[in-house]
Design a protein around this ligand. Sequence first.
Ligand code: URA
Length: 206
Amino acid sequence: GADADTTTELPPDLDALRAQAAGCTRCELHQDTTQTVFGAGPRSARLVMVGEQPGDQEDRQGAPFVGPAGRLLDEALDEAGVARDDAYVTNAVKHFNFRYHGKRRIHETPKAGHIRACRPWLDAELALVRPQVLLTLGATAGKALLGPKFRITAERGEPRPWNDLTLVPTIHPSAILRADPDRGQDRDEMFAGFVADLRRAGELLH
Ligand code: URA
């Protein structure tokens, strides 16, 4: 209608959506960051992966999962036999949330308000790509889509119907990078479990 809010209308394609998101001021995170880090990948992707938010490298380069966590994700996808080029990769929050430690920018978990503010972009991405399988990487992405009761340790690796697709929750690659043997976390074991979840998601594609 004449007074429709244009930001709630689905643009015709991902480029148009990306252009809209580039100017997003729905939350304050746009103020101290380099740019909106929008999703990447083809609209024809059958698999969508949703992470938490861009990190330092992603904020500088303007693409998701291009830093250390992205390299680990690439390794795991390779081992699982899932092609990243055929997947659409994005984040629950599209601006980097950080605090300064000296000159270093340290990741801060996004607040519920950031996730809520950013949700229309994720919904629009999913509406355009219409994947068969959605992988959530980590607790933030899982909670963003499944609600605050989502528990990563209990629910990861278990496919479930969600809207018109199958959602597979798994861990975040950064959790593997931070694996702490003093807390009983074995990096190789976590990596193998991550690969198994990715393989499971890949097998659900048809
Ligand atoms: N971690 C994420 O969740 N997303 C990125 O894009 C990079 C690191």
